[in-house]
Write a protein that binds this ligand. Structure first.
Ligand SMILES: Nc1ncnc2c1ncn2[C@@H]1O[C@H](COP(=O)(O)OP(=O)(O)O)[C@@H](O)[C@H]1O
Ligand SMILES: [Mg+2]
Length: 213
């Protein structure tokens, strides 16, 4: 039997240059992230890490070079369309609605298709602490709990890749976050490879989502 072809990286930057006006700040970066991989972009202040993430999330168009998602050239594609294709950004800061409760914050993630019980199951399994505090107003959660909620909201749409500015080194992620991310990497991708796994398939794979517009 022929070997199945190696899938392209989920996201790839090839010789990407980025500039603010006339001032170029990213000078030809190459990077690729495949399914199940974790890539940390490290560097001193001003090195261009945030700018690179802006390019990878569609908030900024490269001055030159190529931005690929699942092997498709997507320079200039809007962030909302990239998000539908599975490229999701965990916002810098908390990325939650502080005046809403934990469950209300989670319920807002059902707009993309998953049911309320799916979103809550995923969130409360990964972060049992959120389950204990489901009726609490999010703005009164501790900083770490707010990060769990932000992470749970983002993971509920089962992103193909999660872009996460800064928090890891500067604010410090607790081990629970890493465990949740790790489950995310090894769990839902199995679903994607075999749509019959566990008898359901929540979202089309990113490539289909891109092709579907
Ligand atoms: N909105 C902006 N307008 C002009 N220059 C910017 C803007 N954002 C960042 N820069 C400049 O781009 C360079 C890279 O910044 P940045 O990508 O934020 O670096 P890092 O995240 O690695 O600290 C810096 O010299 C910074 O001053
Ligand atoms: Mg930065």
């Amino acid at each position: 039997m022929a070997d199945s072809p190696v899938p392209p990286p989920v996201i790839e930057l090839r010789r990407v240059h980025a500039a603010y006006g006339q001032i170029e700040v990213v000078h030809g970066i190459d990077l690729a992230v495949s399914t199940g991989e974790v890539l940390a972009l490290l560097g001193p202040n001003g090195a261009g890490k945030s700018t690179t993430l802006k390019v990878a999330s569609g908030q900024m168009e490269p001055k030159s070079g190529c931005f690929h998602v699942m092997g498709r050239h997507v320079n200039g594609m809007r962030p909302d369309k990239l998000a539908r294709a599975g490229v999701c950004t965990l916002p810098d800061g908390r990325g939650i609605f502080p005046n809403l409760t934990v469950t209300e914050n989670l319920r807002l993630m059902t707009f993309g298709g998953p049911s309320r019980s799916q979103v809550e199951d995923l969130a409360f399994t990964r972060f049992p602490r959120l389950s204990e505090r489901r009726h609490q107003v999010a703005g009164t959660l501790s900083g770490g709990e707010q990060q769990m909620l932000a992470m749970a909201r983002t993971l509920s749409v089962e992103p193909a890749v999660l872009l996460k500015p800064r928090q890891v080194s500067e604010r410090g992620l607790r081990p629970a976050h890493h465990r949740a991310c790790s489950r995310r990497r090894h769990g839902p991708h199995r679903l994607r490879r075999d749509p019959r796994a566990r008898g359901r398939r929540r979202h089309p794979p990113p490539r289909e989502r891109l092709q579907g517009g």
